[in-house]
Design a protein around this ligand. Structure first.
Ligand SMILES: [Zn+2]
Length: 488
């Protein structure tokens, strides 16, 4: 058996001011052929699972093309066309039994609001409908009927943090084998809900309970998969929102019934997805009242994992204004400040305007006089249970000290997934009272076991929990919570 593997992933925040180009992808991944195998073999991500499982089963792996960029603004047309050409030219004419792709499900291109639907539709023009296409998707996919029509199987991660990406990759191969051997004939049913939800970890209710409900249904031998897709709310297309996708072995009615039944349960519990939000000052005050350490404070409103600038200053400014002792912030994105620090050298004092440079939404730059404690190349290997083993390169970095606050500044924007960026700068977070970072939920995979408590703070930003601050134009209405009364 021979399976073509590949990847095209991007989570597009259409409210972000930056355009996503080939260079944006190249910063993370734009590669083909054997390089894909070298980058992903034994890495705990989707492609890692796909490759490892196929090799375990001695299936011939045909690596095609892989493009991955960090979440950011609209993908420009030229980049998308080039990306499709790269993928299709490596698939066309290849004799294989199936295609396994790692996709995200929330990609938006200038002129195509449903990137994955379009990509699969165009791929079918190249390979036809007789070859099975099995895709993995992110839990934040904004699923569309077009994706469901064009793919044979769509498998979403169940967990947020996405610690099961590797397992879903392996499952994609197992399902592909069963389809090729005609053991199963998958049919999919999608229920889309008039609901957008803020980032909701599946470690806690209500998202945890909905997962359990899906898994109950998966016990039915006719059910191949049942997944709760949270959707990605920070983008403006008609298809944004929560979806339930059920895959059965040739039983459309069963698939529909399951998707609709879970959709009803979610709508009954919709208010529970909106916990009260704390402002940075309230969050810090709460942290100072907790006995023990470290208390992790996550700035959910500027989560680069959702396409934000990563240079927002609301939380950091408040930490400095409150003259915190024994606190660290990892990290803020500011290439200019890093450059100044590298030129000044370790042991010097620098006077700079830090952060707040990308747009006016995430807070103004902070004027600081800081001590340059350490400088690094920003490179390390990720240790989080999510995507562990990946090589990370945050460019040149610096650890600054302002009063009792240690601040890490990097040259590439990214959310913080584990403690490696702190360790790289000689910071042992277990010794700190307050550890602040930019992420919404993914950090939990590594930081829950390391922290005494986690406190989420929200402020204006491109990934705020307050959806009323976005000027949605294409979003289908009515939708909760923007509209009070909705029925499914
Ligand atoms: Zn996601």
């Amino acid at each position: 058996m021979k399976i073509i593997v590949g990847q095209v992933t991007h989570e597009t925040n259409t409210f972000a001011s930056d355009e996503t180009t080939k260079e944006t992808f190249q910063l993370w991944e734009w590669c083909s052929g054997d390089e894909i195998l070298q980058k992903h073999r034994k890495v705990r991500d989707y492609l890692g699972g796909i490759i490892d499982r196929a090799e375990e089963l001695e299936i011939g792996v045909v690596p095609s093309f892989s493009a991955m960029a960090y979440p950011s603004g609209l993908i420009n047309r030229k980049t998308y066309e080039e990306l499709k050409d790269e993928l299709f030219k490596r698939i066309e004419g290849e004799q294989a039994d199936a295609i396994c792709l790692s996709l995200h499900g929330a990609g938006v291109v200038d002129g195509s609001d449903d990137m994955e639907g379009d990509l699969l539709h165009e791929l079918r023009k190249v390979v036809g409908y007789s070859i099975p296409i099995i895709c993995t998707l992110d839990l934040h996919a904004n699923l569309t009927e077009k994706m469901v029509k064009e793919a044979d199987v769509l498998l979403g991660v169940n967990y947020y943090p996405h610690t099961d990406s590797y397992e879903r990759g392996k499952e994609a191969i197992d399902v592909a084998v069963r389809v090729v051997q005609k053991e199963i004939q998958p049919v999919m049913s999608l229920a889309k809900l008039p609901l957008i939800i803020p980032t909701s970890t599946t470690n806690l209710s209500p998202a945890k309970d909905i997962n359990e409900l899906c898994w109950q249904w998966e016990k039915d031998p006719n059910v191949i998969d049942c997944t709760f897709f949270h959707g990605f709310p920070y983008t403006d297309t008609a298809d944004v929102g929560v979806g339930i996708l059920t895959i059965t072995n040739n039983d459309t009615e069963l698939a529909e019934n399951i998707s609709n039944s879970i959709a009803e349960t979610i709508m009954e519990r919709k208010e529970q997805f909106f916990p009260p939000a704390l402002a940075p000052k309230e969050g810090i005050e709460k942290a100072l009242r907790v006995n023990g350490n470290p208390i992790v404070i996550n700035e959910t409103s500027d989560n680069p994992g959702g396409g934000t600038p990563g240079d927002g200053t609301y939380l950091l400014r408040t930490m400095l204004e409150m003259n915190l002792e024994n606190a660290c912030f990892g990290y803020i994105y500011d290439k200019e400040v890093v450059q100044i620090a590298h030129e000044a050298g370790v042991g010097s004092m620098i006077k700079v305007e830090l952060g707040g440079k990308t747009d006016s939404l995430h807070g103004k730059p902070i004027a600081i006089t800081a001590y340059v404690k350490s400088l690094t190349d920003g490179q390390f290997i990720q240790s989080s249970p999510m995507w562990g083993g990946l090589r990370v390169n945050l460019g040149k970095t610096v650890r600054l000290q302002v009063g009792g606050v240690d601040i890490i500044v990097c040259s590439v924007k990214s959310q913080v997934l584990d403690e490696q960026v702190f360790l790289l700068h000689g910071i042992d977070i277990s010794k700190y009272k307050i550890v602040a970072l930019k992420s919404s939920q993914h950090f939990r995979a590594a930081f829950e076991p390391l922290s005494k408590e986690i406190i989420t703070v929200d402020s204006p930003g491109l990934t705020t929990m307050d959806f009323t601050t976005f000027d949605f134009k294409k979003l289908q209405r009515p939708i909760y919570p923007l509209d009070a009364v909705v029925k499914i």
